[in-house]
Design a protein around this ligand. Structure first.
Ligand SMILES: Nc1ncnc2c1ncn2[C@@H]1O[C@H](COP(=O)(O)OP(=O)(O)OP(=O)(O)O)[C@@H](O)[C@H]1O
Length: 334
């Protein structure tokens, strides 16, 4: 196991006039044994960052260190990492056991050690009864577990996950998420996990890196990112429904944007006057879509409380200690 340090990491694709900058100087000190999620919208550079750690992409600038070792110029096989991909790429003609053992066989590990490591990984992943099967005889979730097993048996210093759950259906995703957490608790291996799904990020991360267009917008615990978003981008990307961002709130100063989460607005007898546009019932809660001056906003209310009617004017009050102020130009938290 090892720490992982990214210092001013930069990536450009292409050369000459065709340079495409995609990562603009990322700094992150990741502790030994931490589970870190990199999250952001499509094209923000998550996979590129992960692939640079893996050694599958050249690093244009800055340094990446695993433990004390700067790995910039080290080939992937020498970095002591294991990667789990979205398309798990198992060998179709090999059994589950042989798929998991493959890397160790290539590395010429002794037979009894290979068996011991595969058996241990299979036990953790509950694959023990499937070791003789071929990949085509497995479900999608089981195949993904074999792919993880293949990574575990190598006992790497760092695990890299590139959207490993995105081919699974919603139920299996949730289940596999729990398995990954369990795996991390048992093995304690430093992990970097890439996803574009903010719910996945919030539930898996000990700390998360929120990326936007090649820039690290925030690096913090899920609580920090949710409760004190560093920018308008983070505020609107994390949380569903997203934070309300108001340019014309009654008490706002010019040049600022007021952020308030839908669950931190209460319907009250007096307060801000808003017009109800739509009401959505979502099982245990209702979302009230409303307009106030030039702003649209969402109020989240519990299912039991009286629902306002479409077209009606109601009053709402924000919870004082839940207000977030942002600079209108830079988008940064004030
Ligand atoms: N070989 C390449 N040459 C030029 N640009 C590239 C190359 N590979 C990736 N890019 C660009 O780099 C940016 C980051 O890509 P990357 O795959 O890291 O994003 P991502 O956040 O992982 O996205 P997704 O969630 O869609 O996989 C994108 O704008 C992409 O178009």
């Amino acid at each position: 196991m090892a720490s992982l340090t990214l210092s001013n990491v930069v990536k450009h694709y292409g050369s000459g006039k065709q340079i495409v900058p995609v990562i603009h100087g990322v700094n992150a000190d990741i502790q030994d044994g931490e589970f870190i999620v990199i999250v952001g919208p499509s094209g923000c550079g998550k996979s590129t960052l992960l692939r640079m750690v893996a050694g599958l992409e050249e690093i244009t600038g800055g340094t990446i260190a695993i433990g004390e070792r700067v790995v910039n110029n080290l080939e992937p096989a020498k970095r002591d990492i294991a990667m789990v991909f979205q398309n798990y790429a198992l060998y179709p003609h090999m059994s589950v056991f042989d798929n998991m053992a493959y890397g160790l066989k290539i590395a010429k590990a002794p037979k009894d050690e290979i068996k011991a490591r595969v058996d241990k990984a299979a036990k953790i992943l509950e694959l023990g009864h499937l070791l003789e099967r071929k990949p085509r005889e497995l479900s999608g979730g089981q195949r993904q577990r074999v792919a993880m097993g293949r990574a575990i048996v190598r006992q790497p210093q760092v695990f890299l996950f590139d959207e490993p759950l995105s081919n699974l259906d919603a139920k299996l995703r949730a289940q596999t998420r729990i398995e990954i957490q369990k795996l991390h608790r048992e093995l304690g291996i430093t992990s970097l996990f890439v996803t574009h799904d903010q719910v996945e990020a919030m539930t898996l991360a000990q700390r998360m890196i929120v990326m936007n267009a090649g820039v690290m917008e925030q690096f913090g615990t899920p609580e920090e990112v949710y409760h004190t978003p560093a920018s308008i981008f983070v505020a609107s990307f994390i949380g569903s429904p997203p934070m309300n961002l108001l340019r014309h709130a009654p008490n706002s100063k010019p040049g600022t944007i007021l952020g308030i989460r839908p669950e931190h607005l209460d319907i009250t007898a007096t307060g801000w006057e808003v017009r109800v546009d739509t009401v959505e019932l979502l099982g245990a809660e209702r979302l009230v879509y409303a307009t106030m001056g030039g702003d649209s906003l969402i109020v989240r209310i519990e299912e039991g409380s009286a629902s306002p009617k479409v077209g009606e004017t109601i009053h709402i009050t924000p919870r004082e200690n839940r207000l977030h102020w942002f600079h209108a130009e830079t988008g940064k938290r004030l």
